[in-house]
Write a protein that binds this ligand. Structure first.
Ligand code: G6P
Length: 369
């Protein structure tokens, strides 16, 4: 078995390291200099132009990828996008018809609630697109269109490379559909395509021994925590939710993600001397606002580890605990941000002696409803 882990102690670390290669694979043949193509799709322009609303339905980590995908799809298709966990969506009598697009996201393609949501959507006349990693899975067989992640097998229960591949897949899909709908001219947005093309190399730079050691050291401050808060705004909040899930799954620390602007409406009451926070401050638009939330926590003696973009170091000199991701367009920051948060969860779990690849009570694929 250790041979299968290629020298890593756990599948999770192996899969974290596979991300640069995974990024290349999900983009190969799809991302071009001034276009995105999906040869596997059989959608007509008329079908695409006919959609009036979009639902993204998924569970767990896949759901978190949908939260990031929402804003980019809204922008490129100029349609309202609802993101929902499958176990809620399928029981609430969703309003779907021939003007609906439902995107189902599932690494395994076998999650029972997501599969049932797909069946419900089809029955009501929606077009369905599945984003999945497993060829021949139930969801891939039943969806109208399938976008494969080509991330290779993911063994660790906590999802890593499939999650970041889902994000890239959603961006590619948003560009592709927006362009075909005539609402987003990709030729005018070459910078976005270039930003995607740079991701594999940027991901490599987050996986050097030095970078990993830096993050391992930050994890040492978390190992005795009972509670941990992740905060951010906009797509940083989506990143925070996945970061909190990751550490909860494998280290068993109670972690909660909060929209930074909501802190004052409740969570701030829990901040006392030493309460640990991870703040995600990667989006230019909300950077200053998130920093002021960080200061509110610091003023109450909370401890904050900030995830920032290189180049933002000057503004945040007063914050002593910082992790940097490479400078990149705000749009792609969630993809790069995932990597240090995965490592933070990994090293925290390792120091706590947890079973990283097989966390208690959890399964890789949940095939019961
Ligand atoms: C389980 C796994 C999670 C995963 C979720 C959805 O809870 O432990 O890691 O995110 O199922 O799985 P799917 O295969 O549908 O993406």
């Amino acid at each position: 078995q250790s041979a299968e882990k290629e020298g890593y102690d756990h599948y999770m670390m192996k899969e974290i390291h596979e991300q640069p290669e995974t990024f290349r694979r999900v983009m190969t043949g799809r991302l071009h200099e001034d276009a995105v193509t999906f040869k596997e799709f059989t959608l007509t322009d008329e079908q695409i132009q006919n959609w009036q609303h979009i639902d993204i339905v998924a569970c767990g980590t896949a759901y978190h990828s949908g939260l990031v995908g929402k804003s980019i799809l809204e922008e490129t298709l100029q349609l309202p996008v609802n993101v929902e966990v499958a176990s809620e969506f399928r029981y609430r009598n969703p309003r779907l018809d021939a003007h609906s697009l439902v995107i189902l996201i599932s690494q395994s393609g076998e999650t029972a609630d997501t599969l049932e949501a797909l069946r419900e959507a089809k029955q009501r006349g929606a077009t369905t697109i599945a984003i999945t990693n497993v060829v021949g899975s139930a969801i891939s067989r039943e969806a109208d269109q399938v976008l494969y992640l080509w991330a290779g097998p993911e063994i660790s229960v906590a999802s890593t490379k499939a999650y970041t591949a889902m994000l890239i897949a959603l961006y590619l899909l948003a560009f592709y559909l927006g362009d075909r709908a005539g609402r987003f001219n990709l030729a005018d947005h070459k910078d976005l395509l270039e930003a995607l093309a740079k991701l594999p190399d940027q991901a490599e730079s987050l996986l050097t021994e030095a970078k990993k050691e830096e993050i391992r050291q930050h994890s040492q401050a978390l190992i005795d925590a009972d509670h941990l808060f992740y905060i951010g705004r906009g797509s940083d909040w989506a990143v925070a939710q996945e970061g909190a899930l990751k550490i909860k799954e494998i280290s068993y620390i109670h972690a909660e993600a909060y929209a930074a602007g909501e802190l004052k409406h409740g969570t701030l009451a829990l901040v006392t001397d030493g309460t640990p926070f991870v703040a995600i401050a990667l989006q230019e638009k909300t950077f200053e606002k998130t920093l002021s939330n960080v200061n509110e926590v610091v003023a109450r003696k909370g401890r904050v580890l900030c995830l920032l973009k290189e180049g933002h170091d000057k503004i945040s000199d007063d914050l002593d605990k910082r992790i940097f991701i490479p400078d990149c367009l705000d749009m792609v920051a969630p993809i790069l941000a995932a990597i240090p948060l995965q490592l933070l969860a990994y090293y925290t779990a390792e120091a706590r002696g947890c079973d990283i690849d097989q966390p208690r009570n959890l399964a890789k694929s949940v095939t019961v409803e």
